[in-house]
Design a binder for this molecule. Structure first.
Ligand code: PEP
Ligand code: MG
Length: 562
């Protein structure tokens, strides 16, 4: 990520998260509360412990009441932050500090530091929660000082909200009429800022180096599709860009499926879900079914393996969410992808030096074959009860032998067998893998991480963890071509499938379905519907001739609009 100076305009570049163009002055959130200096030990430690608990409870109560007033992801994020404020471990750590002589504010800071260090060490999704922890700390500090809760007080005119990273409690209540775009210096495409921006449909760019140099009040144009922030742009040009993007957004809003190119090549546009509720809400979007049901996410809070009945009920709920569709919906269920950034308490891989390269996904079944057997039995039972035949795929498959073993277990139960292509070895051996299964689905998040040897959660490596990296595109092309030769479906279910421009390239390579967050479906469907298969193929050829993500994006745009 570099800052370029173009004549009299500066352009900063970050990782694009939500498309759309905004033109407004920059606003930075107010300062967070000052951290306390060394204080005097409390005279009555028990009273001080009580004062701390009251402050933490008040903060949790306020967050919870905001959660019940909010909906969807915003509500979930606020509830999760409220739970952090009441976390027994965190409150206990602070009380221990108080009993050792620290005043309550210092105890809040010390307990937060302990937890932040642990979260950071765990990495992945847990590391992304450090921003939430600091937010809870600041709210408790304000409560202890009798000050108003820190947060963003928005002006009455449109702004582009810039920040190092935004706390979920700040982002969840934002009014898109005032906050026209979100831009952060830190954070990755999966941070809370990104998740909320997607839900609100606000243009969003993360991991922007050099952002801190842009002063409050500076007019900027934010292009959430390209990740470019133009500082002090020509106002007429910027306003025209905003109009163009609004027009494109209106086209997207009108798109209702089915997925096909302008000349009729069918491409299934599907949703990624994690439980019955998200599957039901996916039906509000123009999707033809579920391309990825991340089963492990339904069990993140489980201490022990859910029973066969419980699992059957859950899988049935997801399968039946789409039972009202005119056409039988496609439902793709992924078996547990436990490990690494998604640890499950009942799947203990032990301490690993490199969890992303460790015992995760299908590899867990080597030590715990019963977990996979039970899960497949429950999926088969749900399929029988609902009279459907879901497709079932395994995550983190690296060899053809793994694909063969998994396919046998799935077919034994009368289900359709597939695997995810997330490991470069599987992409390179796509013909051999496809010979073993009925379909494959490319997980571009992990395929990018492993191809580029770059942690998908690292904001510092966002340029490498970009699915437009030509090495990643070459592997996707290998898989899609192998699928065409074998005459078997090749889906994409990583975040790449949410990028409308990249979606056209993927279709040109031969990908047959695109599955992503349901909110992205209409934009992807409209983009694919606006171009011919020949243009998609030309875009695919064009990107394969590049050696740089920016060149690949430019080549695809040029080929599609030639
Ligand atoms: C992927 O890796 O692209 C994928 C879809 O799986 P997950 O994001 O759950 O690892
Ligand atoms: Mg994956």
């Amino acid at each position: 990520m570099t800052a370029h100076i173009a004549t009299d305009q500066a352009v900063l570049v970050g990782t694009p998260v939500v498309a759309g163009v905004a033109h407004a002055p920059v606003m930075w959130p107010g300062a967070r509360p000052a951290l306390p200096g060394p204080g005097t030990p409390p005279a009555d430690v028990e009273a001080e412990c009580e004062r701390f608990s009251r402050a933490a409870t008040a903060v949790a109560d306020r967050l919870r009441s905001r959660a019940s007033a909010a909906t969807g992801v915003a509500s979930e994020v606020l509830s999760a932050t409220a739970a952090l404020a009441e976390d027994r471990g965190w409150v206990g750590a602070a009380q221990k500090e108080i009993r050792a002589g620290a005043p309550a504010p210092n105890a809040a800071v010390a307990a937060t530091e302990q937890f932040a260090a642990v979260f950071t060490k765990l990495g992945g999704l847990m590391a992304e929660r450090v921003t939430d922890l600091h937010d809870v700390r600041d709210r408790v500090l304000a409560e202890l000082a009798g000050e108003p809760e820190p947060g963003i007080s928005l002006p009455d005119h449109p702004v582009v909200l810039c920040a190092d990273d935004l706390a979920p409690a700040d982002t969840s209540g934002l009014d898109p009429a005032v906050v026209t775009a979100l831009v952060t210096r830190l954070g990755g495409p999966t941070s809370h800022t990104a998740i909320i921006a997607r839900q609100l449909g606000i243009p969003c760019i993360v991991a922007v180096h050099g952002l801190e140099a842009v002063a409050a009040g500076t007019p900027v144009m934010v292009d959430g599709a390209t990740g470019r922030i133009t500082i002090a742009p020509d106002p007429a040009v910027a306003d025209a860009e905003v109009q163009r993007s609004r027009h494109a957004a209106a086209e997207v809003a009108r798109w209702a499926g089915p997925g096909r190119t302008a000349d009729g090549k069918e491409v299934a546009i599907l949703a990624n879900v994690q439980d019955g509720a998200s599957a039901r809400s996916a039906t509000d979007h123009p999707v033809a079914g579920i391309g990825l049901f991340r089963t492990e996410l339904a069990f993140l809070d489980r201490a022990s393996e859910p029973s066969l009945d419980e699992q059957t009920t859950l899988y049935r709920e997801v399968i039946e969410a789409f039972s009202g569709s005119a056409e039988p919906a496609k439902i793709v269920i992924r078996t547990l992808d436990a490990g690494s950034d998604k640890p499950l308490a009942f799947v203990d891989a032990g301490a690993e030096a490199n969890p992303a390269l460790g015992v995760r996904g299908l590899r867990v079944a080597t030590a715990h074959p019963e977990l996979l057997e039970h899960q497949l039995d429950a999926i088969a039972a749900a399929a029988r009860q609902s009279g459907t035949t879901p497709w079932v795929m395994a995550p983190m498959v690296a060899t053809a032998a793994e694909a063969r073993g998994f396919a046998a277990a799935v077919r034994d139960r009368g289900l359709v067998a597939g695997v995810m292509i997330e490991v470069p070895s599987a992409a390179l051996l796509a013909p051999a893998i496809l010979a073993e299964v009925d379909f494959v689905s490319i997980g571009t998040n992990d395929l990018t991480q492993y191809t580029m040897a770059a942690d998908r959660m690292s904001a510092d490596l966002a340029t490498l963890t970009d699915p437009w990296q030509p090495a990643v595109l070459a592997l996707i092309n290998t898989v899609a071509s192998a699928g065409a030769v074998a005459g078997k479906p090749v889906g994409v279910c990583g975040e790449a499938a949410a990028d409308p421009l990249l979606a056209c390239v993927l279709v040109g390579m031969g990908v047959t379905s695109l599955s992503s967050a349901p909110a992205a479906a209409a934009a992807v469907g409209a983009a694919v519907g606006g171009v011919t298969l020949a243009a998609c193929r030309a875009a695919a050829d064009a990107v394969l001739a590049t050696a740089d993500p920016a060149d690949a994006r430019a080549a695809a745009t040029a080929a599609l609009h030639a």
